[in-house]
Write a protein that binds this ligand. Structure first.
Ligand code: 6PG
Ligand code: NI
Length: 188
């Protein structure tokens, strides 16, 4: 029995995929993720939406593919730009492709040993996330940063170690500039 092919148009202005499952992540779901706790608690009074995901997912079978757009809103907690939680894949060797649609940002990637890389992203940027690398996107602009991700259906999400330790680098605004600097709270 064959599955049916799917063709959908992503709304390139809003990132919405018609018929997709929508997930909303508010600031309250990112407790402990940002460095400046005072700024976090202040902003929590409004509990803004930090990002939304529109996902078209299949059963977790080897060989199949999922795809999802993410709409990551502009904002900062203290100096730190809004970001996605970030994760390893549960099946850690599963790779992923991202494609920038709108806005400005980038991806932090990190090996299990804590070696981090920063890849700037804009409309048209393709990022290859190799097997074993954790990944987090960051909005460094002042409009929503929208991108598409394509990933194996059996990849899964492992949030644990990033939720606990974060990335070894953080992305901040300093003197009006975007800077990728060492995370002062990082420990191996
Ligand atoms: C995935 C993708 C991507 C990601 C979202 C939200 O594996 O599904 O990397 O769709 O999940 O951008 O980011 P978090 O899953 O880290 O919250
Ligand atoms: Ni992923």
């Amino acid at each position: 029995e064959y599955k049916n092919p799917i063709g959908v148009n992503i709304d390139l202005e809003t990132g919405v995929i018609p018929g997709a499952k929508k997930l909303v992540r508010r600031l309250s779901s990112l407790k402990g993720y940002f460095l400046d706790e005072e700024a976090y608690n202040e902003l929590l009074k409004d509990d803004p939406v930090v990002y939304e995901v529109y996902a078209v997912e299949q059963d977790e079978k080897d060989g199949d593919l999922n795809f999802a757009t993410t709409v990551l809103y502009p904002g900062k907690v203290g100096k730190e730009f809004f970001f996605t939680k970030g994760h390893f894949h549960s099946k850690a060797d599963r790779a992923e492709i991202y494609y920038g649609i709108k806005g400005k940002g980038g991806m932090l990637l990190q090996t299990p040993e804590g070696k981090a890389e920063w890849i700037p992203m804009g409309p048209g940027t393709v990022v290859y996330v190799p097997p074993y690398w954790a990944h987090r996107t960051v909005n460094t602009g002042d409009e929503p940063f929208i991108f598409l991700a394509v990933y194996p259906a059996d990849a899964g999400h492992d949030y644990g170690s990033i939720a606990e330790k974060g990335f070894s680098k953080i992305v901040i605004e300093e003197n009006g500039e975007v800077k990728v600097v060492d995370n002062p709270r990082w420990r191996e």
